[in-house]
Design a protein. Structure first.
Length: 257
């Protein structure tokens, strides 16, 4: 077939895609991912929601990612990171867990809005401080298979999958397992959360080489007390992980320090 034939097929295909996009926009008009008000494109925020979206920016603690009110120089650690070092090497999050970030998390997690994951992952990639680019692989915090049956998908895995697609890094959704069915963490205090997830994770048999000596990015949707990612990190450390970055879309922080 000549070049003109291929050009014709390309133009026809492009025309069909444009027509399909037009039909989709008629049925599902582009709207703000948070409030639903009409916008010019899908997977975007309206000016009002964008203006109140609080992204976490430097300066912040190099370990826990807690924002500082003032820049006191590079390498500064928070009091919490010094007094109680976490099992992971560093934590990075894209946004504060308040409006509208909470609505995005709830949309993905409870309303099956998996279409939000690419946008959320792109913000997480930016917030990762270069750690995604330097890692060997991306892993999600897993759900127990019993909860997967009721929820249908793992929101952390959706975010991790899109992070991997956007960064070109390997995605390993089957390497880390939740081997014990735990209560939901919502409503539990810090100590109860720790007890709830203690020993709940393990590296899958036959996947040890995915972890040993590797620089890993562990993905979850929200960081609150850190009990879940700490338990997951300990399982990865036990399997020989060399470096672990915890990366979440949102984190609960009252104020900067």
């Amino acid at each position: 077939m000549g070049l003109n034939g291929w050009d014709g097929r390309w133009e026809l295909g492009s025309g069909l895609l444009r027509s399909l996009s037009f039909v989709v926009d008629l049925v599902y008009p582009p709207g703000c991912a948070v409030c639903g008000v009409a916008t010019g494109r899908h997977r975007g925020l309206c000016p009002k929601c964008w203006s109140v979206m609080r992204f976490i920016e430097r300066p912040y603690c190099e370990v826990l990612g807690v924002p500082f009110a003032h820049d006191l120089g590079p390498g500064l650690l928070s009091a919490a990171a010094i007094a109680n070092p976490p099992p992971f090497d560093r934590l990075r999050s894209a946004a504060f867990h308040d409006e509208p970030a909470r609505n995005l998390v709830h949309g993905l997690k409870y309303r099956d809005r998996t279409d939000l994951a690419p946008m959320m992952a792109s913000w997480m990639l930016r917030a990762s401080d270069g750690m995604v680019e330097r890692c060997d692989a991306i892993l999600p915090v897993p759900l127990h298979r019993g909860r997967m049956l009721s929820r249908k998908f793992n929101q952390a895995a959706e975010l991790g999958r899109h992070l991997a697609q956007q960064s070109g890094k390997p995605f390993l959704p089957a390497t880390l397992l939740r081997i014990r069915h735990t209560r939901q963490q919502v409503g539990l205090g810090a100590k109860a959360r720790e007890d709830n997830v203690r020993g709940a994770f393990a590296v899958a048999s036959g996947h040890e080489n995915d972890v040993f000596g590797k620089r890993l990015v562990l993905v979850d949707d929200v960081y609150t007390t850190g009990a879940t990612v700490a338990a997951a990190t300990r399982a990865l450390r036990k399997a020989g992980a060399a470096d672990i970055t915890v990366l979440t879309f949102a984190r609960a922080i009252a104020e900067t320090i």
